[in-house]
Design a protein around this ligand. Sequence first.
Ligand SMILES: Cc1cc2nc3c(=O)[nH]c(=O)nc-3n(C[C@H](O)[C@H](O)[C@H](O)COP(=O)(O)OP(=O)(O)OC[C@H]3O[C@@H](n4cnc5c(N)ncnc54)[C@H](O)[C@@H]3O)c2cc1C
Ligand SMILES: NC(=O)c1ccc[n+]([C@@H]2O[C@H](COP(=O)([O-])OP(=O)(O)OC[C@H]3O[C@@H](n4cnc5c(N)ncnc54)[C@H](O)[C@@H]3O)[C@@H](O)[C@H]2O)c1
Length: 450
Amino acid sequence: MSSYDYDFFVIGAGSGGVRAARIAASHGAKVGIAEEYRVGGTCVIRGCVPKKLLVYGAHFAEDLEDCVRFGWDVEGKAFDWAKLRDSVAHEVDRLEGLYRDTLGNNDVTVHDCRATLAGGHEVALSDGTSVTAKYILIAVGARPHVPDIEGCAEHAIVSNDVFKLDALPKRIAIAGGGYIANEFAGIFHQFGSKVTIVQRSDTILRGYDEQMRDRLMQISMTKGIDFKFNSHFKKVEKQEDGSLHLTMDGCEDMEVDALLFATGRLPNIEGLGLDKLGIETGERGAIKVDEYSRTNVDHIYAVGDVTDRIQLTPVAIREGHAVADNLFDGQDRTVDYECVPSAVFSHPPIASVGMTESEARNKLGGSIKVYTSDFRAMKNVLAGRNERSLYKIVTDANTDRVVGIHMIGPEAPEIMQAAAVAVKAGLKKADFDNTVALHPTMSEELVLMR
Ligand SMILES: Cc1cc2nc3c(=O)[nH]c(=O)nc-3n(C[C@H](O)[C@H](O)[C@H](O)COP(=O)(O)OP(=O)(O)OC[C@H]3O[C@@H](n4cnc5c(N)ncnc54)[C@H](O)[C@@H]3O)c2cc1C
Ligand SMILES: NC(=O)c1ccc[n+]([C@@H]2O[C@H](COP(=O)([O-])OP(=O)(O)OC[C@H]3O[C@@H](n4cnc5c(N)ncnc54)[C@H](O)[C@@H]3O)[C@@H](O)[C@H]2O)c1
């Protein structure tokens, strides 16, 4: 008999935590999990899933414009935000139920409580009880970071709030130039809001290939999304009519109906009791872990956004899965962070895997070859939508190996998942050339670039 209540206790039922709990239980461990908000975590409740559903909803705005040239005459077009918001919320409820069922079916005990480390092997729960576990996994994720600017805390919203808005703002300023800023800029714009992105530097989507970012910016600007670069917020004030006056540094002051902060996410470590065990944290409060996701305290592990390695759901899931396999199935697994594909679900979306052109140039000493295809998707041509796609393949000139693929255009993330397999497998440009095109598709461009 174990002297602990559980073999494994997971704090946080999000992407990483749920996977770790389920796999550990499937290996025969006695598992408990604590969730302070809703099972499913950021991705399911207020991230990837509801965001993608809003992206789908927003896309109809373009489809309804484009369909005219395809012979459709749709009368009485109108958009009802409350209807979409509530359908999305309903789907999220359904998914949360499925996640709970999965945990239950695997005999994982769910504690609907906030959990904190109490010292040693003990975890304190907000219902006043406490439990002990041989191993503890911290999978508490991250939360939106809102800088300390006068009026921001009271008047700005963050991505969590978007899914609950009573009404769409007529004018919205979005702070930040990353994933969330560009995704929500596309969503709000398609729904008819006037969108202004305010970025503190002179570029968006740092880390993505420069040409893809430029193309997104150019398309977004043509659509009517405004960008203010090298700009900062000095003060946010609510006016009598409910609108916000933004006092700016670097650009003109603005009047908007909503201000969304999308300036990064910070590890959720506040009040977690890390100090009780001397668990080390690094930059921005991220819990420091080794390649096995083990902290400096032997029986405490951490996965996902709280470790700030790559803040993506599939990464958190892999990390959680590996911890469970290693602890309860005697495996020796680490997560491979090379060639993790990623996408920005902007309008149009960007997708990427491997090195950008400039990264490859730096790392491979300039001996690279770059192939690009700049084209208008067939559907856009007939629709009269003057929006060009751009695909890029970066190769190591010495070996012909494809080291990066970057795309912006319709369905780029769907195409990228398959292309990423080829890059991860180390295929050469010649392998792409040897593959017969699948016609007529957009993805055939990947095997036609010469
Ligand atoms: C708007 C948005 C869109 C996104 N879109 C994508 C996307 O398209 N693709 C993608 O791959 N990634 C996306 N992400 C990122 C993705 O959601 C995260 O990387 C992922 O959810 C991280 O998983 P996690 O397990 O580390 O944490 P989370 O999923 O955040 O789970 C942590 C859980 O812990 C709970 N918790 C925190 N503290 C405690 C405590 N003390 N006690 C009990 N419970 C606690 C939280 O309530 C939460 O449920 C998006 C994020 C956001 C915000
Ligand atoms: N499609 C996806 O996979 C997806 C979607 C959304 C979020 N995510 C994950 O969530 C994380 C958080 O997303 P995010 O968009 O908040 O962060 P991010 O790190 O992508 O972007 C933050 C942006 O805010 C800017 N910024 C920071 N402080 C600022 C300030 N004071 N004023 C103005 N701009 C400022 C930064 O320069 C940067 O451009 C991402 O890193 C990503 O890993 C992924």
